[in-house]
Design a protein around this ligand. Structure first.
Ligand SMILES: NC(=O)c1ccc[n+]([C@@H]2O[C@H](COP(=O)([O-])OP(=O)(O)OC[C@H]3O[C@@H](n4cnc5c(N)ncnc54)[C@H](OP(=O)(O)O)[C@@H]3O)[C@@H](O)[C@H]2O)c1
Length: 258
């Protein structure tokens, strides 16, 4: 990994205004990259751009579940920066609930954001990365796919992330001739806004069930840890890519009693 290779790269980050997306943007800008931040909330994007500096970052209002939004945002970011070197498919949501009771709205929202939105963004990015001569698409997976001691009631969320893993494997084969790499990045738990939109009763039920899985969990990480790890993935020579990276805490922490 050579951080010099990140300098002057243009990277699009979905959900780049907050949480892990913003932490990734901060790490990339620190290494000399330019970032295009995509998200639905204009005020959040504006604040993020102000924090990063408008010479390094631009916001593009976009709901990744809407193909027309995605097409417009990628055209606008390409017109602004003149090229695209990479995409971080980070926008994602979870709605914990036992499968039996999960509402249609929550099921569809998770599938649309975590899988469909990611597919739309890949479709928009591929021609730009091909024209660039090389590139990297990094897709956010989740430790829930591979580890049993994660919070309960996330069957649909974990399934969308498992689908992201499988989709990425196929995509890697399709685009490798164009020297476009595909990375699956799997974080453990991180303190962000991720749980803020959760229904408090459903969250409480999920936490109680999680408690039954055992008294300990692997702990939380700071967003900066994940942001800098994702940024590093862009520091490899043309035609070389990390295929899978998982970053998890390696401390065992007593779970709080709910
Ligand atoms: N936090 C964790 O513990 C954890 C662990 C493993 C994996 N992950 C994954 O990491 C990614 C980021 O999570 P996070 O913790 O940073 O979450 P977060 O703090 O809730 O941030 C999510 C971001 O995604 C954007 N977003 C959501 N829906 C969108 C849509 N339809 N179109 C465009 N942007 C959308 C949000 O912006 P707007 O609301 O403005 O659109 C926000 O910027 C997700 O894919 C998540 O599944 C998180």
């Amino acid at each position: 990994m050579n951080p010099e290779l990140i300098k002057d790269k243009v990277i699009a980050i979905t959900g780049g205004g907050a949480g892990l997306g913003f932490a990734t943007a901060q790490a990339l800008v620190k290494l000399g990259a330019k970032v295009a931040l995509l998200g639905r909330r204009q005020d959040v994007l504006d604040k993020a751009v102000a924090g990063l500096g408008s010479e390094h970052a631009q916001g593009f209002a976009c709901d990744v579940t809407k193909k027309a939004d995605v097409v417009r945002a990628f055209a606008a970011l390409h017109a602004h920066f003149g090229k695209l070197d990479g995409l971080v498919n980070n926008a994602g949501i979870a709605r914990p609930d036992p499968v039996e009771h999960m509402t249609e709205e929550d099921i569809v929202a998770q599938l649309n954001t975590n899988l469909l939105g990611l597919v739309f963004c890949c479709q928009a990015a591929i021609p730009l990365l091909r024209a660039n001569g090389h590139g990297l698409i990094l897709n956010l997976s989740s430790a829930t796919v591979r580890h049993e001691n994660e919070i309960s009631h996330l069957a649909v969320y974990a399934a969308t992330k498992a689908a992201v893993d499988r989709f990425s494997k196929e995509l890697r084969e399709e685009v490798k001739e164009d020297r476009i790499g595909v990375t699956v990045f799997s974080p453990g738990a991180v303190f962000t806004e991720f749980g803020l939109g959760w229904d408090p009763q459903k969250m409480s039920a999920a936490l109680h069930d999680w408690q039954k899985k055992g008294k300990t969990f692997d702990g939380y990480m700071k967003p900066e840890v994940i942001g800098s790890s994702i940024a590093m993935c862009f520091g490899y020579p043309k035609g070389v890519a990390i295929e899978f990276m998982e970053v998890k805490p390696c401390k065992i922490t007593e779970k709080p009693l709910f």
